[in-house]
Design a protein around this ligand. Structure first.
Ligand code: TYD
Length: 194
């Protein structure tokens, strides 16, 4: 199984990835936890750009996300799937489709450029409002607050357009952590039974 958790910044994705991985391991399923951007040189450059330590054009950023993913697929994702491991991922190409299309690139083109990447068994998009997302990632009174909220609003709209992609489900992430976890788990359980 290749299970992917997606959503805007502050949706609680990383917490839910950890809870899901722990749950799968507790019932004896050999599970690998992965995230994108990765810790490869491309991923590290991306993190420096995202932290505003260095500057880059949108074109380079898109290119780095795709290169980082190519390496990730060939070095980690494909081998794990071949050895029948279950993978739980914090972000995948749906992030590029949502974030980079919110920065002006064509979503269709991004999809095509990522067609090398295996399609997941299940993609859960953790949906919350941009206002709540910003509340969780930025402190009250942060000067970038409104700009960030506006951008995340656009990213959220792009994510919601992905609901008809294969194996994609939208989950209400405004609920309590354990409630969200239970909803995620019911989708994963269904998958294991089918
Ligand atoms: P992430 O590490 O999930 O954020 P956090 O530091 O909150 O855990 O992702 C870093 C940022 O990169 C996040 O704002 C989303 C963005 N991103 C893209 O824009 N495109 C992509 O393809 C990916 C994987 C991430």
């Amino acid at each position: 199984m290749l299970i992917v958790l997606e959503g805007i910044d502050g949706c609680g994705k990383s917490t839910q990835v950890s809870l899901l991985v722990d749950k799968l391991r507790s019932i004896g399923i050999d599970t690998l936890k992965l995230r994108e951007p990765t810790d490869s040189p491309h991923g590290l450059r991306l993190r420096s750009i995202l932290n505003e330590e260095i500057q880059a054009e949108h074109d380079e950023i898109l290119d780095l996300f795709v290169k980082d993913r190519k390496q990730h697929v060939s070095e980690k994702i494909a081998p794990a799937l071949n050895s029948e491991k279950t993978i739980v991922m914090d972000r995948y190409y749906y992030s590029t489709m949502a974030y980079q299309s919110a920065s002006g690139f064509s979503m269709e083109q991004i999809r095509t450029d990522n067609s090398f990447a295996p399609v997941p068994t299940l993609v859960l998009i953790l949906d919350i409002s941009a206002k709540d997302g910003v509340k969780r990632v930025l402190k009250e009174g942060n000067a970038d607050r409104f700009e960030k909220e506006d951008f995340l609003n656009r990213v959220r709209e792009q994510y919601l357009k992905l609901k008809n992609e294969p194996n994609v489900e939208i989950i209400d992430a405004s609920l309590e952590v354990q409630e969200v976890h239970a909803n995620i788990w019911s989708f994963v359980e269904n998958l294991m039974e089918s």
